[in-house]
Design a protein around this ligand. Structure first.
Ligand SMILES: Nc1ncnc2c1ncn2[C@@H]1O[C@H](COP(=O)(O)OP(=O)(O)OP(=O)(O)O)[C@@H](O)[C@H]1O
Ligand SMILES: [Mg+2]
Length: 332
């Protein structure tokens, strides 16, 4: 079972209006409410792939109860831990005249020290059933920056590899704990690497592999800081992986149009499957690039178009890269 952790779960509410205008009242034509948060999205993708997965994290109040109900309706197994505070909502307003979306993101409940301690205990027990643990998203107020570092250490202690997808201080604090894999996007990678001055590189060189080469020093810095492997997702350019075994880049065969929100979560789902199976890196990257492209083609975060996934998975272009200029690429 792949365990996903969403410490700041949400109820994602989408309102559809004809046209959004400031200072005006709006009649809402349609409302949808879905359980959200990045770990939840990862579990949705895993469930759709037919992979056993369990959602854990923190929920509270009437909104937390609504999150749980919606997960059950979607057929997702959960062992969420209760908190006193109210789970956050995210509100998206879709303007039918332009197709644009305006979002309001609540911060989430303040987690009390005793709630965090209960969560850590429950997490330790869930690890006994997990092959891989995925730690995704931002930390709710009240949790220390090293919250993910604590969970990564607990997972390592039980021999369960941890895949971490977060940013900022929570990512930096977790690197020395030795996550099996971190998956920053381009902005998150640049922000983290700015902490390691040696890795503050120039912009991408021209050519299709420019963005991949440009990401190498920063990804290498995260590896040196303690991650066992780094897969940086670079939007439509694909991904770059830097590991102890070598470095690779992977490009989608085409640029998809659609909704890129949640494409990173689909990539994480594929990388978690590859981590559990110990697939060779080029195979993991091909699958992650195909599945995340298929997620761009689907309208909602946490879903993907199976036809696009199947069509693209054998067409992804994967090639080894030298880890540093002058190195010879390792064989694929
Ligand atoms: N337009 C696109 N066409 C094809 N593939 C894409 C496109 N956009 C993104 N992808 C794929 O999705 C992966 C993840 O995208 P991105 O780097 O934007 O993730 P992210 O910012 O972490 O997303 P999120 O956190 O919203 O889930 C990319 O590495 C790439 O393989
Ligand atoms: Mg992301």
């Amino acid at each position: 079972m792949i365990l996903t952790v969403t410490l700041n779960a949400a109820l994602d509410i989408t309102h559809h209006v004809d046209r959004l205008r400031p200072h005006a009242a709006h009649r809402v034509h349609g409302v949808a409410a879905r359980a959200g948060g990045k770990g939840v999205n990862v579990s949705r993708v895993l469930h759709a792939l037919g992979r056993p997965t369990l959602v854990t994290g923190l929920v509270g109040g009437a909104t937390g109860a609504a999150v749980r109900r919606e997960l059950h309706r979607a057929g997702l197994a959960e062992e969420l831990i209760p908190v006193v505070g109210e789970t956050r909502r995210t509100v998206a307003v879709v303007d039918a005249s332009t197709g644009d979306t305006t979002t309001l993101l609540e911060p989430g409940p303040v987690v009390l020290p005793e709630e965090w301690s209960l969560f850590r205990e429950a997490f330790g027990a869930l690890l006994a059933r997990a092959t891989v643990v995925v730690l995704s998203g931002s930390l709710p107020p009240g949790l220390p920056d090293d919250a993910y570092a604590v969970l990564v250490r607990a997972a390592r202690g039980r021999g369960v590899p941890a895949l971490l997808d977060t940013s900022g201080p929570a990512l930096l604090a977790a690197l020395p704990a030795g996550p099996a894999l971190v998956k920053p996007n381009a902005d998150e990678l640049a922000e983290a690497a700015a902490r390691f001055s040696a890795a503050a590189g120039a912009g991408p060189a021209p050519g299709p592999d420019g963005p991949h080469h440009a990401a190498l020093p920063a990804a290498g810095a995260l590896l040196s800081a303690g991650a066992e492997a780094v897969v940086a997702s670079l939007g439509a350019a694909g991904m770059v992986a830097v590991t102890a075994e070598g470095a690779w880049r992977a490009r989608p065969p085409e640029r998809l149009s659609g909704n890129p929100t949640g494409a990173g979560d689909a990539a994480v789902a594929a990388l978690a499957v590859g981590l559990a199976a110990r697939d060779p890196w080029p195979v993991r990257l091909a699958e992650a690039v195909a599945l995340s492209a298929a997620a761009v083609a689907a309208p909602l975060a946490g879903s993907f178009e199976p036809d696009v996934h199947h069509r693209l998975r054998h067409l992804v272009d994967v090639a080894p890269l030298p880890r540093t200029p002058g190195d010879t690429p390792c064989p694929s």
